[in-house]
Ligand binder design. Structure first.
Ligand SMILES: Cc1cc2nc3c(=O)[nH]c(=O)nc-3n(C[C@H](O)[C@H](O)[C@H](O)COP(=O)(O)O)c2cc1C
Length: 328
């Protein structure tokens, strides 16, 4: 069997993981099953806290510990009404790494540092990346708007190098990375690892509903769209009846509160109940490339092999190649 290429980066060193791949937190989706499978395969698995009740979250954490003895983390949505309970749970359950979104983790960082917890916020702009670096984040995930879920305005290609120039902590690239070409590109931009969400949606161990998986598997390059920008809650989703309804309202100056209301509970509706017409099927643009179901191990090992192949075989030009006719 072909050996899986290893790659030591600041991310693998910081967390003691084998491969520089983080599975993105995905509310209502990224549970113990997915997180443990990713961690067992050598990446960093994440349980998404979302707005989950503390008791349910604790169950997920305990379940994950049963399923893996490797490091895994929590994705903390800082606007969650349970955020203080989650911070306590991080201490009680000896969680070693968290990613954060929807707010500034600054006030929690001094205590988390005392506990030895690594804090890796998600940033969609240079300003946010600088802010979290200033308050002591250990690394930052620069997430472009190709990604699924909540969005900033920058693309990964433009954002990652600008964040790298602006902060002196390690930078992980996210958004639109679905194979070795994307991962190699992230390294070329200076990132020390990648975070992926969409590709993991069709993993065998991902417990998202069957219709949700099918929607990803049948998606094309142009199957996603952005809703909620006008209400300040932009999300990328697979086009469906709900996205069209929201966009109609947006186009005709609908009440932002009414638009926000349409989105409440919509991800759960698609992810749990399988309603992919009136639910929110969050997905990145990379869905057009995700066309098979695999185990998390197959996904991660394929990413590593493919990235190594890109560096070995393709696109990497020697200095003496410049000025010649290049056959890309
Ligand atoms: C269905 C879905 C739900 C998501 N939910 C969250 C979330 O709860 N918290 C978060 O920080 N990011 C969330 N994200 C973003 C992912 O963690 C990750 O950064 C993103 O998927 C990377 O881009 P990609 O989709 O192109 O791989 C979500 C993404 C998807 C696809």
């Amino acid at each position: 069997m072909q050996e899986i290429p290893q790659l030591k980066t600041k991310l693998t060193e910081m967390l003691g993981i084998k491969y520089p791949i983080i599975q993105g937190g995905m509310a209502w989706i990224a549970d113990a099953s997915l997180a443990s499978a990713v961690s067992n395969a050598g990446g960093l698995g994440m349980i998404a806290c979302g707005n989950q009740k503390p008791d349910e979250l604790r169950k997920q954490i305990r379940d994950c510990k049963e399923k893996t003895d490797k490091i895994f983390g929590l994705n903390v949505m800082l606007m969650s009404r349970y955020v203080d309970d989650i911070m306590q749970m991080i201490e009680d359950e000896k969680i070693r790494v968290i990613t954060t979104g929807a707010g500034n983790p600054g006030k929690y960082i001094p205590h988390l540092k005392e506990l030895g917890v690594k804090v890796i916020p998600v940033a969609g702009s240079v300003a946010i990346a600088k802010r979290v670096a200033r308050v002591g984040a250990d690394a930052v995930i620069a997430e472009g708007m190709e990604s699924g879920g909540h969005l900033g305005e920058m693309t990964t290609m433009a954002l990652v190098p600008q964040v790298i120039d602006a902060v002196d902590i390690p930078v992980i690239a996210a958004g639109g990375i679905g194979d070795g070409r994307g991962m190699a590109a992230a390294f070329m931009l200076g990132a020390c690892g990648v975070q992926m969400g969409t590709r993991f949606l069709t993993a065998h161990e991902c417990t998202v509903s069957r219709p949700y998986k099918d929607a990803i598997l049948s998606a094309k390059d142009s199957s996603t769209t952005v809703t909620g920008s006008m209400a300040g809650h932009a999300i990328r989703v697979i086009k469906n009846k709900l996205s069209r309804q929201i966009q109609q309202l947006e186009k005709h100056g609908g009440d932002p509160e009414e638009i926000v209301k349409l989105g409440v509970g919509a991800l759960k509706r698609a992810a749990y109940e399988g309603d992919v017409e009136f639910g929110s099927v969050m997905s990145g643009q990379i869905a057009g490339m995700v066309n098979k179901e695999e185990s998390c191990r197959e996904i991660i090992e394929d990413m590593m092999r493919d990235t190594a192949d890109v560096f070995r075989n393709r696109n990497i030009l020697m200095a003496e190649d410049f000025g010649k006719d290049i056959q890309a």
